[in-house]
Design a protein around this ligand. Structure first.
Ligand code: HSE
Length: 428
């Protein structure tokens, strides 16, 4: 029989247990597909005594993941510990140094240290695979690295944090405010240990950094991403955007411009009728645009035991078949420095203002926009309160810098009651 591929699995949380279950349940199927048995040799986790609902007695136990990574009787180190430093990084480095390929679900580790680790992997003649790190069960890394390898990639974008999408779509459908839904997510266990990773846009930005690197041949540059979370999104904006034909999404977008690589993770409006606009609940969606393929839309579960373990196993099966693709789709030493650029590409914007309801207020707003060089596409005003009138404006395409001149003008005028809200409308 062909030699088995032997795994060492570090981290037995939801995903680790999911991987063990697949390997136990589908041993024959995996062997039939890859031509060799896939076996677990040893596992490691913090608590050896915990009942995880799966039989681990056939596997050696290591309390130290670095010791697991160095074992001679494993071929692939599966890192499911998490965290950008600490044991995750130490054990991945140990695995590479001792000649193991690595499969990981750790987006933070690769977004921050991906270049260094990819170079280490290459120097050792090994690879790091990380399908599970981006958009859970959606095979987006494989699509971008392999299926779309013949394309010059024009733009990659997506909704890649299920928790944020859950909150935003529940705001829309249940008439609940952000705070109530944050509490609901906490009760349901949807939030990361540090919730700011979710609602602050960081988790999704880690994922975007990895996609950008593959798409544009650049070193992962998490620090170059403009990040804005969903904490400031109000029920009023959800409703007003809906009324104008849009949905608000935490959207990650990466594209090249004349200024460099623009990467942004921020709440944006997208048309309600678009695939992104119709994305409900915790589901993820990634949209890839290439010069030949035009547009590919991938949709699926972005988290959870089964979907994430499914992605890990896709990578494990590739390694069992002998497929060795460089970490970011090309040799790590050939990746370019990403010249990070703040958003310069023009787009329409949604602007919401509360105007003092007095003669000439609207004329003043129109003049400020006109003077800044911002042209109005659509405007709507109804639902006055006692003293203020909500005004909704959709601009023609403009840059954020130009719009900021108008926003500055509003703050100096005596007609705007509250801080204006301005959100980019992404053309999708
Ligand atoms: N917390 C993430 C989400 C899943 O809500 O999509 C892990 O990246």
């Amino acid at each position: 029989m062909t030699q088995a591929l032997r795994l060492g699995i570090a981290g037995l949380g939801t995903v680790g247990v999911g991987v063990v279950k697949i390997i136990r349940r589908h041993a024959d199927l995996l062997q039939a597909r890859t031509g060799r048995p896939i076996e677990i040799t040893a596992v490691s986790a913090r608590n050896a005594k915990k009942d995880r609902g799966v039989n681990l007695s056939d596997y050696a136990w290591e309390s130290d993941p670095v010791a697991l990574a160095k074992r001679d009787d494993i071929d692939v180190f599966v890192e499911l510990i998490g965290g950008e430093n600490g044991p995750a990084k130490a054990s991945v480095e140990a695995a590479l140094a001792s000649g193991k390929d690595v499969v990981t679900a750790n987006k933070a580790l690769l977004a921050i240290h991906g270049q260094e680790l990819a170079e280490k992997a290459e120097a050792a003649g090994r690879v790091i695979r990380f399908e599970a790190a981006v958009a859970g069960g959606i095979p987006v890394i494989k699509s971008l690295t392999e299926g779309l390898a013949g394309n010059e990639i024009k733009r990659v974008m997506g909704v890649m944090n299920g928790t944020c999408n859950y909150i935003l779509t529940r705001m829309q459908s249940q008439e609940l405010g952000y705070n109530a839904l944050f509490e609901e997510c906490a009760e349901l266990g949807y939030l990361e240990a540090d919730p700011n990773l979710d609602v602050g846009g960081i988790d999704a930005a880690h994922k975007l950094a990895l996609l950008s690197s593959i798409a544009f041949g650049t070193k992962p540059n998490f620090d170059g991403i403009q990040i804005e979370g969903i904490q400031q999104i109000s029920l009023e904006d959800i409703h007003q955007a809906d009324d104008m034909g849009y949905r608000i999404k935490l959207l990650g977008v990466a594209q090249r411009s004349a200024r460099g690589l623009e990467q942004r993770m921020q709440p944006c409006l997208v048309p309600s009728t678009s695939a992104l606009g119709q994305l409900e609940g915790g589901t993820n969606m990634v949209v890839i645009e290439g010069d030949s393929v035009e547009q590919v839309v991938l949709r699926g579960p972005g988290a959870g035991e089964g979907p994430t373990a499914s992605a890990v196993m896709g990578d494990v099966c590739d390694l069992a078949r002998g497929l060795q693709i460089p970490t970011f789709g090309r040799p790590a030493t050939s990746l370019q420095d990403a010249q990070a650029a703040v958003t310069g590409l023009p787009a329409p914007y949604y602007v919401r203002l509360a105007l003092f309801d007095k003669p000439g207020a609207l004329a003043k707003v129109a003049a400020i926009l006109g003077d800044a060089g911002v042209s109005i596409d659509r405007m709507r005003q109804y639902g006055h309160s006692e003293s203020t009138a909500p005004v909704l404006i959709v601009t023609h395409k403009t840059t954020r810098a130009t719009l900021d001149i108008a926003l500055e003008g509003f703050s100096n005028a005596d007609v705007v009651a509250d801080e204006p809200v301005a959100l980019r409308i992404e053309e999708v």
